[in-house]
Design a protein. Sequence first.
Length: 465
Amino acid sequence: MTTTAHQVCINADCGASFALDEVVFKCGRCGSLRDIAYDWDRVEVPGDLKFFESRWGSRGRTPSAKLDFSGVWRFRELLPFADPADMVTLGEGRTILQQADSLGRELGLKAGCLFLQYEGLNPSGSFKDNGMAAAATMALKLGYRRLACASTGNTSASMALYAAAASAPDRPMQAIVFVGSGKIAFGKLSQALDYGALTLQVDGDFDDCMARVQQAAERLDLYLMNSMNPYRLEGQKTIMYRVLEGLDWEVPDWIIVPGGNLGNSSAFGKAWMELLHLGLVSKVPRLAIINAAGANTLCALFNDHELRWNEGRISAGVSSDYYKSLDASNYKARTVASAIEIARPVNLSKALRALHVTDGVVREVDDQTILDHKALVGKYGFGCEPASAAGVAGLRLLLEEKIIDPDQRVVCILTGHQLKDPNATVDYHVGGEDSKSDKPRPHSNTPIKVADNIDAICRALESQM
């Protein structure tokens, strides 16, 4: 194992240190989450981020070219926990930062101020592949052959893909997926099944599955691949590096991301902390985390109960009492944005740290607003799954609140591909269960029914011209 990295407890009053190969993701002393920490004085870090530009166009079959083609391992000097010979890649992170002036104008931003980081271009269609490349690398290094996760869909698809790709005739790797009953979009479930995952449909929701997969991992020696695994977050840090690259290494004013299990927001906070520490940036953007109203734990704890990072001395009683109230009322998360339908986010503490580091804010948006903004994103040329649209809806809200100014530069993270949840798209435009309500669908694009007759077809077309 590399001697430049180790695991450390994030609790400032504990700070216990652990070896990289110790596979327990919570501190044995205080129960807090662990980070991957680096001895940066012993790492050869480029003095300028422009160093990484030369790797973008790499091609060929050499080991270094294969890593340079990855949007994760291209930045390997900034996540130096693994040796290049061990790194697993499927070409993840070949994503783009899209300037979105038409959508920005619709929302109230000036030209040149809105950018969409489209993670739907990853091999499995979501941002999860960034983290899975890193976590699968560690799983192989440690000799694990069975990977497990709880999932609302994207995690299972990505983990199953990387397990299948990392398998070899003499080294098979099995993916084991825990999904809640009826809690996964078919577009995502189909991927896990197609990639050969052993899928358990648990009679419960994501939070139930998350509890059970942790128990199963401990009892059966499975390698847990959810985002409480700190190596997942190391891979997801690279989304911020690619955002910077897309802006010619200039720091934006805002990063907006949907919040579910809070792995992305946690990873983003860590990325900016490290870049600032290394002197590779001189400032950090503000972070906005957007919950769905039907799964708004972070919003409630941060805004209503004023739960804060407090240098790692988080008031555990605040979240504990809140979760007890959820249990007492038999509360279950409910939202059309299935990817963020989570009531007990495992990365709560790290997300609070990210909000502290970035002077961040948290908001919530309801399902209809999410669907309306999903349709808007599609209308202007970039499809996304519902969870992604929560961030765009949150941007509009923050503009209305005058928290974000129209001339500030904003990056919204589109976390998953449009075809992850095609039912939500079709129901919005064509009609489905949602359309039976009285709620208007201002951006619907409903097909026109016509007779099988050229005159009728031409009349229908002329009426729309």
